[in-house]
Design a protein around this ligand. Structure first.
Ligand SMILES: Cc1cc2nc3c(=O)[nH]c(=O)nc-3n(C[C@H](O)[C@H](O)[C@H](O)COP(=O)(O)OP(=O)(O)OC[C@H]3O[C@@H](n4cnc5c(N)ncnc54)[C@H](O)[C@@H]3O)c2cc1C
Length: 395
């Protein structure tokens, strides 16, 4: 395997660097590098800038308006966007329900929703988890009852990320309560801008409120918003989770945070010298850089190995990527030392005018560290991924 990049790939990387440098608004870049909170308009602005360039859906085939890029181009794109300070692409449309609609959705659902995902005309959220149905997702209780005009849906979803901005939810609901748990579930597209929908924020450890409880109380869903076949939703749900877990690997995030870690190590003084000269710290940084490169290789191997979408290998990517993201946050805290300990959720806001006693880059460190605890939970916990690997890959 030749790991060096050819001239074409290097030129593509340069094109991306120049593009991100020129087109990404400075205020968004500043927030990303300072680990401050982004709001919905920041994400939408960046999506639309990419869409204008024809890069609105880097992971989609050309026939659906995507770039048609191969695994290496997608990888270079993700890394360069993150390293340049761009926000992550919203995963719910492009990375989750989009690929499901391409594979299992009707032509009319594809035509109605896919083009709008490129420019985030609709903000999507994921309605899988419920109180009592997280790891054991198949025990979900939200009911979709058939009537003459469509389904009536009632139940409670929880941990619904960014539902406070959402127009639409892709939702797992039970359509056959008498069938075995996995058999009676359907995947429905629910318009959240209607009576009967209540969204309430859940305050998280970092002081944010980007996850929510969503109540569905006799909400109407027309039959045409059923994805695929009734009671077959479990198959589509698993396909979607493979994409979600690959995305959570966060290779771009890892590269950006490594870059920030190196900057912090250069600017933090220990005993009168930049911390980066400390031999033990150097070793830790090199170690994590190797971990990131290994993750990158694994991503390419998984992507090259199947054109059917990510299979159970996505669980390996999810575990490694989420652990490395946590390790990076920990190491950043370690380098900053006590400066990183003080913490106030307001320091995460872009209009904050006080950043605590340490340097500005230390202000959001604790919040970021706490926030990243989530990576080994969402998309399926590490313990559950290990069981999938044991069963599906190791037999
Ligand atoms: C920040 C955040 C954002 C999220 N966003 C969304 C979202 O947008 N949409 C959505 O639908 N969901 C979302 N989730 C929910 C997420 O998918 C669930 O939290 C996750 O699947 C775990 O389920 P649970 O919280 O019910 O924990 P539980 O399933 O109750 O697990 C509790 C503990 O028991 C362990 N455990 C459970 N079962 C097993 C088993 N069989 N073997 C070994 N160990 C086990 C788990 O590993 C965990 O440590 C989000 C979660 C978080 C934290």
């Amino acid at each position: 395997m030749d790991l060096t990049w050819n001239a074409h790939e290097l030129a593509f990387r340069q094109e991306l660097r120049d593009f991100v440098q020129a087109q990404l608004p400075d205020d968004i870049r500043a927030k990303v590098f300072k680990h401050q909170r982004l709001d919905n308009t920041d994400y939408i602005r960046w999506h639309r800038i990419l869409a204008k360039k024809g890069w609105g859906a880097p992971n989609w085939p050309v026939e659906f308006g995507g770039t048609g890029w191969g695994p290496l181009q997608k990888l270079i794109f993700e890394i360069e966007c993150f390293k340049g300070g761009a926000p992550r692409l919203l995963p719910f449309g492009l990375g989750m329900i989009g690929p499901v609609l391409m594979k299992y959705g009707s032509k009319s659902l594809q035509e109605r929703f896919l083009p709008r995902m490129l420019t985030v005309e609709d903000w999507w959220c994921q309605g899988y988890s419920e109180p009592g149905a997280g790891s054991d997702l198949a025990s979900l209780k939200t009911r979709a009852t058939r009537t003459a005009d469509g389904y009536i849906v009632s139940g409670q979803k929880t941990w619904t990320t960014l539902a406070q901005y959402a127009d639409w939810m892709f939702c797992l609901a039970r359509t056959d309560p008498d069938a075995k748990p996995q058999r009676g579930i359907s995947l429905l597209l629910i318009d959240l801008r209607q009576p009967g929908v209540t969204v309430r924020p859940i305050r998280t450890l970092d002081g944010g409120a980007d996850v929510n409880e969503v109540w569905l109380d006799d909400v109407k869903v027309p039959f045409e918003n059923l994805v695929g076949k009734e009671n077959e939703g479990w198959t589509y749900a698993k396909y979607l989770l493979g994409h979600e877990r690959t995305g959570i690997a966060g290779i771009g995030h890892c590269h950006r945070e490594l870059q920030i870690l190196k900057k912090i190590a250069a600017e933090t003084m220990v005993d009168g010298k930049p911390a980066k000269h400390n031999a033990r710290l150097k070793e830790k940084i090199v170690r994590i850089e190797i971990d990131i490169l290994a993750l990158e290789m694994l991503l390419l191997r998984v992507a090259a190995g199947s054109d059917q979408g990510p299979g159970p290998q996505a669980s390996i990517l999810k575990i490694r990527g989420s652990e490395i993201q946590q390790d990076l946050a920990f190491l950043q805290m370690e380098v900053m030392g006590v400066d990183a300990w003080p913490y106030d959720a307001r320091w995460m806001e872009s209009d904050a005018d006080f950043f605590g006693p340490g340097p500005e880059f230390a202000a959001a460190a604790s919040a970021g560290y706490f926030d990243l605890r989530k990576t080994t939970i969402y998309g399926g916990t590490t313990e559950v991924q290990k069981s999938i690997i044991a069963k599906m890959l190791l037999g």
